[in-house]
Design a protein around this ligand. Structure first.
Ligand code: SAH
Length: 468
């Protein structure tokens, strides 16, 4: 197994300081499953490459079952995999041999630790169970350019087709710490069920090494699931803790910026018009049970409670704080029992498949999608349109073309600093049409708020109706 890491940062030999390994020497380390060697095939000022070569000792592994193994892992590993394939062993070796760099420490070049450097990493043989697509979906959202060469299962028998092995190069401007943590977590993820370590402290390790990137990774469910070898209990625990991390950010934003967007849009009391338009669309759909997804502090919920047609109303938000405020504003504890029973608040994330959301007639998603990372839209689409699958979805988002009409909004700025994007009418319609097509919905569009001939109206609304 061979991992090489290169940089063209100048002087490139700083890589040696960051890795704590002198470019001039070959060093070897004894690990429980074999030996690791570090050497530098190239160490010039303009380019420096460090190599980590892992020499796994299958015989020792089998003999030494107590090692880091679970029962019976080693034989299976070696019946199925050739010893030069990168696997969880490579992650263990990264942690043991490049431990300081992995945790972001450098005695001699502390100023470089947090600096993004031009880095590339090559794994000569990497098993990608899930194929090149998964490989790309794991690394590309974090800014890596991925080059992958697929190898045939057996060169003697090309008709057997391609095996699971790739030669992979990842390139990015990244800190060495980030590159190593990404490799540490994602190599075993690509290796699927085959990596062998599993225990309570794996959850801790995963969260520690995933800090700052895993919570917002579009494939985080799959990463956690595969890393923890599909052990549901551990996976649930890890995802719940990642969700907390996410939610903390949302809570802070709920507190800090509650009024920002309102201030910009105030003049036309757009908010009021939007809530009316959404309520009308929900009523017209004939729905009795409705979800308000991303309900925040409950403005729409209050509006819906007034309509007798709705006998089951659920507000969901990722922010605890927002839900707390919603509970207070709706005076939940003072509502008469019959009213109280119509309404529930729950905390959850829209980018997760969530059983609690299945079986409703309709869902409102009002001014929420623009708060989602574009990379997570796909997860949201599936969670809502494939799994929760309400018959009707009423969804709104700002029309960015209209921003020129807001006098207090500087050109090029979004209406709220937490907005990740704001779409033109054609961008929105393109997205909504594609979602509708993929998940079997029909969609129609409506403008909300005063309509300008050139730039349209401030809010755009799509009403999806399940059609298959
Ligand atoms: N629908 C409300 C609030 C819009 S603000 C209204 O129209 O007034 C966006 C809301 O979406 C915030 O309350 C935020 O906490 C919530 N949100 C952001 N990302 C979310 C996610 N992944 N899952 C659930 N809610 C989310």
């Amino acid at each position: 197994m061979l991992l090489t890491i290169s940089t063209t940062h100048r002087p490139a030999t700083d890589l040696g300081f960051l890795l704590y390994k002198n470019p001039a020497r070959v060093q070897s380390f004894d690990l429980t499953f074999g030996r690791a060697h570090v050497f530098y095939p190239r160490a010039n000022d303009d380019r420096c490459t460090a190599a980590l070569l892992l020499d796994v000792d299958p015989v020792g592994l089998v003999r030494n079952r107590r090692g880091p193994a679970g029962e019976g892992f080693a034989l299976e590993q070696y019946v199925n995999d050739r010893p030069y394939v990168a696997s969880s062993f490579m992650s263990v070796a990264i942690a043991e041999v490049f431990g300081s760099a992995l945790s972001g420490r450098s005695k001699d070049r502390p100023e470089l630790v947090g600096r993004k450097l031009p880095l590339s990493a090559t794994l000569n043989v990497l098993p990608c169970r899930g194929g090149e697509l998964l490989l790309r979906r794991l690394f590309e959202p974090m800014g890596y350019a991925v080059t992958a060469k697929h190898h045939p299962l057996d060169e003697q028998f090309p008709e057997w087709g391609d095996g699971p092995y790739f030669t992979v190069t990842l390139e990015a401007e990244a800190t060495l710490h980030d590159l190593l943590t990404h490799l540490y977590v994602l190599i075993p993820v690509l290796d699927g069920d085959k990596h062998y370590w599993i225990g309570q402290d794996e959850v801790e390790k995963l969260l520690r090494h995933g800090e700052g990137w895993l919570a917002s990774h579009p494939e985080r469910e799959q990463i956690v699931d595969r890393y923890l070898k599909r052990q549901r209990r551990l996976t649930r625990e890890a995802l719940a803790r990642l969700l907390e991390e996410d939610q903390q950010t949302a809570d802070d934003q709920a507190e800090a910026s509650a009024h920002e967007e309102e201030a910009v849009e105030e003049k036309i009391s757009l908010n009021e018009q939007r809530l009316n338009a959404v309520t009308d669309a929900l009523k017209a759909s004939g729905a009795n049970s409705v979800l308000d997804l991303g309900c925040s502090t409950g403005n729409l919920l209050r509006r819906l409670l007034r309509e007798r047609q709705f006998d089951k109303i659920v507000g969901l938000d990722v922010s605890h704080r927002a839900l707390e405020i919603a509970g207070e504003k709706l005076q939940l504890d003072r509502l008469p029992e019959a009213q109280r029973r119509r309404l529930a608040l729950m905390q959850g994330s829209l980018t997760y498949r969530d059983k609690r959301l299945a079986g409703y007639d309709a869902a409102a998603v009002v001014e929420v999608i623009e708060h989602l990372d574009p990379a997570r839209l796909a997860a949201f689409e599936r969670a809502l349109f494939e799994f929760a699958k309400p018959r009707t979805v009423v969804l709104t988002t700002p029309n960015v073309e209209y921003n020129v009409k807001f006098p207090t909004l500087p050109a090029g700025k979004f209406r709220h600093r937490d907005h990740r994007f704001e779409w033109t009418r054609s961008q929105f319609q393109q997205w909504a049409n594609s979602v509708a097509g993929r998940f079997g919905y029909a969609v129609r569009f409506a403008a909300v708020g005063p309509e300008d001939e050139a730039v349209g109206s401030p809010t755009q609304m799509a009403v999806f109706t399940f059609a298959r």
